[in-house]
Design a protein around this ligand. Structure first.
Ligand SMILES: NC(=O)c1ccc[n+]([C@@H]2O[C@H](COP(=O)([O-])OP(=O)(O)OC[C@H]3O[C@@H](n4cnc5c(N)ncnc54)[C@H](OP(=O)(O)O)[C@@H]3O)[C@@H](O)[C@H]2O)c1
Length: 234
């Protein structure tokens, strides 16, 4: 779909990748950008319409759908991460908390906005996933599992939304330089670069964007003799 004249809702648009999406959408001529945020006062970007939206709260999602009934593109970006493995004492509580935001909220948002996208001609859904959808080394165990679930959700929605002509794009990338990866000593892409690639892909009609070299390498390695999701010899 084309961004020019689109009406877009971005979740978690107050900072990080969500803010980069909001800025790039404005630069590409979106007609309106609803900047969803838990605290709408934290949205400081000029030109957007702040929208109070905690994606884990069903009442917030329902209110957002009622208010933003002109949306033609939904970007499910809001997400949380917490380091730790599945054998940590608190891993079940951590996994439930992360799944609430990264999986169930994405499901709730998609259900709430599917009829709106249909009424507005089909439009598109862009789900922010991760290279961690495919590989789980245990350092961010619950986060990776939540992204795998969200990837599966995205694939199912693509089929379910095809009849109403809604484009569904999965965005995968490795590390991006935001608060989420602060303190991680790894190579990182800029949020601006990732967002440009995602929106280029969306405008070209793609179903999936692998937005950096590491993600492309991981994907290619899925069919290697020793696949990329297994521990690699160091
Ligand atoms: N950074 C990376 O390396 C990387 C790589 C792959 C994928 N991703 C994905 O990219 C997305 C954005 O991440 P980021 O790097 O920009 O992280 P970030 O800088 O930590 O920002 C996260 C955003 O999500 C919002 N958020 C969290 N819980 C929310 C909720 N319940 N309701 C509404 N908004 C909520 C935050 O709002 P508050 O300000 O209120 O906390 C913030 O705006 C996430 O889905 C993440 O998993 C990131």
């Amino acid at each position: 779909m084309k961004i020019e004249n689109a009406v877009v809702l971005v979740t978690g648009a107050n900072r990080g990748i969500g803010l980069a999406f909001a800025r790039e959408l404005l630069a590409r001529g979106a007609r309106k950008v609803y900047a969803g945020a838990r605290d709408s006062a934290s949205v400081t970007q000029a030109g957007v319409q702040p929208l109070r939206l905690d994606v884990t709260k069903p009442e917030d999602v329902a209110a957002a759908a009622a208010q933003a009934s002109d949306v033609t593109l939904v970007i499910n970006n809001a997400g949380i991460a917490q380091p730790g493995g599945f054998l940590a004492p608190d891993s079940e509580a951590v996994a439930r908390r992360i799944f609430e935001t990264n999986f169930f909220a994405m499901l709730r948002m998609s259900k709430a906005f599917a009829p709106i996208l249909k009424a507005n001609g089909g439009g598109a859904l862009l789900n922010v996933l991760s290279a961690a959808s495919w590989v789980n080394g245990g350092e961010l165990a619950a986060y990776s599992a939540s992204k795998s679930a969200a990837w599966s959700l995205t694939n199912a929605l693509r089929g379910e939304l095809a009849a109403q002509k809604t484009q569904v794009l999965a965005l995968h990338m490795a590390y991006v330089d935001t608060d989420l990866t602060r303190g991680f000593d790894v190579p990182k892409s800029s949020a601006e670069q990732i967002v440009k690639r995602a929106l280029d892909g969306l405008e070209s009609g793609l179903d999936e964007v692998l937005a950096d070299e590491l993600t492309l390498q991981l994907k290619r390695g899925m069919t290697a003799a020793r696949p990329s999701y297994l521990p690699q010899a160091s």
